[in-house]
Ligand binder design. Structure first.
Ligand code: GLU
Length: 513
């Protein structure tokens, strides 16, 4: 048994309850073949992170693959932690990812009467009981269990006398309502990913379904919603596995049919530790702000625990819908590797047509405040710069360090200045020579610029680097930038000449000194 009290059937030697190893038969992986009604049920208590987005995607793919329905449900019963901002952010991220929903968003905060009615039905069915214990009394129970090395499984007392109850009421106590777990039973989940998972009920606490202020707990609300919304398949993170038997008990107590479940594996960082901010795996919005494009993020998410054939890493949305199958979701933890996402992103950027690339680049620059959308000149300049940067970007955020100089007055970076100042005479010769040739050009075209500078390079007997690096620094102020010939063309003769003169002036100052 795992600490969570569940037993997983698998194709390996496995200790039975008596401790004798026995081999469970391998389970037959199945696909979902009926039109599935699935839901994505985020809690709007924070941003949509990689894990949540992966759950959203897998659920959406099941709905689309089977011709089913995708329901969006916001689990906002935690009023203190739920915020409209995070709700808006989740919806924005889903829209950006292209995960459109067919129903909802439903909000649990708007469904209180549904839960109250269900709690009444559970009371009437006699499967829940009033729990009068205070939090302090419960903690004592848990502590005793820990001391006796038992799992701290909470059960409320059910043998209060009428006088005792009257006393509690007089004190102003109000009971929570706990589900009376049938201790003789067990719940078996026939999971699409994990196979048969058995929970012995002795290891499951009498979980609270309604708090003393009548508000429903997550396990109640989720179960009731899955039932009432006719959810046929629940696809969610493995961290919810221990909630599943509780939700199944509630649904069964109400005479309902439980959905089928696919618990998808945990996501770890490359260091095999649980995924966290440390791994750069922030929210979908953060990935967007960092310059990742939608198809790269979508594919990286799809490959978190699912694969088609071990080698394909780029799918169109149509291919994902066609090929996705819960039967190919791995049981072992998935690894989120930002480096791999970067590689994928670069590949997507290079594959884009110039028009597509221009659209995503301009949208990114405007959204991240690089320029004001109304600044037509800046937009045009960015558009013109596309051929010079398209093959050089890994993420859209690389644009600024490479090409941002075009939009700002010349400012020579300290280490670039050190390069020039290291050999002032040679720098002046290279930049002065370059300047003269640029000024003399008849037509300021890419070919003419290239020919003239190459010629000057030979006249000076310089190597390419020794000659071209000072040109680049004089123009951009940086040692790394868009290609020098393209950069000159983009800046235009007038601007280029002014920058060269400015740099020469500064060099002259230290030459004289
Ligand atoms: N609201 C839960 C969460 O965000 C998900 C519940 C579920 O999928 O059942 O973790």
């Amino acid at each position: 048994m795992t600490p969570g009290g569940c037993r997983v059937a698998a194709n390996r030697a496995h200790p039975s309850r008596t401790g004798i190893l026995r081999t469970m038969p391998p389970f037959q992986r199945r696909d979902i073949t009926v039109p599935a009604r699935v839901r994505f049920a985020p809690s709007p208590t924070g941003n949509l992170h990689v894990g949540g987005a992966r759950t959203a995607l897998f659920s959406w793919l099941v709905a689309r693959h089977t011709g089913g329905v995708y329901v969006l449900r916001l689990e906002d019963t935690d009023l203190e932690r739920s915020t409209p901002e995070s709700e808006a952010q989740i919806l924005r991220s889903l829209e950006w990812l292209g995960l459109d929903w067919d129903e909802g968003p439903y909000r649990q905060s708007e469904r209180s009467d549904v839960y109250l009615r269900s709690i009444d039905r559970l009371k009437a069915a006699g499967v829940v009981y009033a729990a009068w214990e205070t939090e302090q009394e419960l903690e004592i129970q848990r502590e005793q269990a820990r001391q006796n090395r038992r799992a701290p499984v909470v059960r409320g007392r059910r043998d209060w006398t009428e006088d005792q109850i009257a006393g509690f009421v007089a004190e102003g106590r109000r009971p929570a309502w706990r589900f009376a777990v049938d201790l003789a039973g067990r719940t078996v989940i026939d999971d699409y990913v994990r196979g048969e998972v058995t929970f012995e009920h002795t290891a499951i606490e009498d979980f609270v379904v309604a708090r003393s202020d009548d508000t429903p707990t997550y396990n109640l609300a989720a179960a009731i919603d899955d039932l009432e919304m006719g959810i046929t398949h629940v696809i969610r993170g493995e961290d919810h596995l221990s909630n599943t038997p509780k939700q199944m008990m509630v649904i069964r107590a109400l005479g309902g049919t439980t959905p089928e479940y696919a618990h998808i594996p945990l996501i770890l960082g490359p260091d095999k530790k649980r995924l966290s901010k440390r791994h750069g795996a922030a929210s979908v919005e953060d990935l967007r702000a960092a310059g990742f494009v939608q198809p790269a993020v979508l594919n990286a998410l799809a490959l978190l625990g699912w694969s088609f054939d071990d080698k394909t890493t780029m799918f169109t949305v149509g291919e994902l819908i066609e090929k996705f199958s819960v039967a190919r979701i791995s049981k072992s933890p998935a690894i989120f590797d930002l480096k791999k996402l970067e590689v994928l992103n670069g590949r997507y950027l290079r594959m884009m047509s110039t028009d597509e690339f221009t659209d995503v680049l301009l949208e990114h620059l405007e959204r991240t405040g690089f320029f004001d959308g109304k600044d037509a000149a800046a937009r045009d300049l960015a558009r013109e710069s596309v051929p010079a940067v398209k093959r050089k970007l890994t993420t859209l955020a690389d644009y600024d360090p490479l090409a941002g100089w075009l939009f700002r007055p010349l400012e020579i970076e300290p280490e670039a200045w050190a390069t020039l100042a290291g050999d002032v005479r040679r720098s002046i010769q290279a930049i002065g020579g370059g300047l003269a040739r640029l000024e003399l050009l008849e037509a300021f075209t890419l070919d003419a610029i290239k020919d003239a500078l190459q010629d000057q390079l030979h006249i000076l007997g310089e190597d390419a680097r020794g000659f071209l690096e000072p040109q680049r620094i004089a123009l951009t102020g940086q040692r790394v930038s868009t290609g020098i010939y393209e950069s000159l063309l983009l800046a235009g003769r007038e601007e280029a000449v002014a920058r060269y003169r400015h740099t020469l002036g500064r060099l002259a100052e230290i030459w004289v000194a």
